[in-house]
Design a protein around this ligand. Structure first.
Ligand code: GLP
Length: 242
């Protein structure tokens, strides 16, 4: 795992943008894996700026998002569909038919998971997957204990994850209990992975990633088995590593 240290969140976002732009420029029909959460927001802002300045077009880009809450539709401001449109998709020239996010409203969730896998198989592989990390080491919504061989599936969210994400909702009761997420094996099939970790509240998580064993009890540790991972972390997140 290659580690790039940046001074702060803004520098992290700029560096992440540089790496994504490089993939977009080098790849004929790029497929990006995208993440939600606060961490990649700065990256999306810089990518929008790059588009607005004419540096890049997203016309030939396909995107797959990692996850979505079960029971929230695309118009719900707390859904990841809404987040992605609001923070990124609506501001660039990507074709809507090339944007894929799991449908948390599907009547048959298992069928939806299989269909999502099939789409990634057909249009993939993902050239570059952007990842954030949960405090307990989750990637996407793959909570501790998830099998490393998992594919897109429905998960029951840990209470700690619901608490951590409650800041986006009016109250904890409104945070969904389940989500659909790409599996760990699905994520690992990406050609390249860009992991972003920012802030001193993630310092213990990052120290565990760097110093701990590869184990299903800490999902992000699987990334140590991937041949092409770049981790960008800012000084706050790296506080406990050195
Ligand atoms: N499903 C998302 C993850 O993909 C994300 O990495 C995590 C951390 O989010 P944040 O970047 O806001 O800390 O939150 C959610 O649980």
């Amino acid at each position: 795992m290659k580690i790039i240290e940046t001074k702060d969140y803004d520098a992290l976002s700029r560096k992440a943008c540089e790496i994504v732009l490089q993939t977009l420029k080098e790849t004929e029909k790029p497929v990006l894996g995208l993440a939600t959460g606060s961490t990649p927001e700065g990256l999306y802002q810089y990518l929008i700026q790059a588009y607005q300045s004419g540096e890049v077009s997203f016309k030939d880009v396909t995107t797959f998002n990692l996850d979505e809450y079960v029971g929230l539709d695309a118009d719900d401001p707390n859904s990841y569909h809404y987040f992605m449109n609001d923070k990124f998709i609506d501001h660039i020239d990507i074709l809507k038919e090339n944007v894929f996010i799991p449908n948390g409203m599907a009547e048959d969730i298992e069928k939806e998971c299989n269909a999502y896998e099939e789409k990634i198989r057909t249009l993939g592989p993902i050239d570059l997957q952007v990842l954030g990390i949960g405090l307990n080491g989750h990637i996407g919504f793959n909570e501790p204990g998830t099998s490393f061989s998992s594919r897109t599936h429905m998960v029951k969210l840990k209470e700690s994850t619901r608490q951590a994400n409650a800041r986006f909702f009016a109250s904890i009761e409104e945070v969904p209990t389940h989500a659909v997420t790409m599996g760990i094996d699905t994520i690992m099939e990406s050609k390249e992975i860009l992991l972003l970790i920012s802030g001193s509240h993630k310092a213990d998580t990052l120290a565990q990633l760097v110093n701990g064993e590869v184990s299903e009890t800490f999902p992000a540790s699987v990334l140590k088995n991937h041949p092409n991972v770049t981790l960008i972390a800012d000084e706050g997140a790296l506080e406990k590593v050195k």
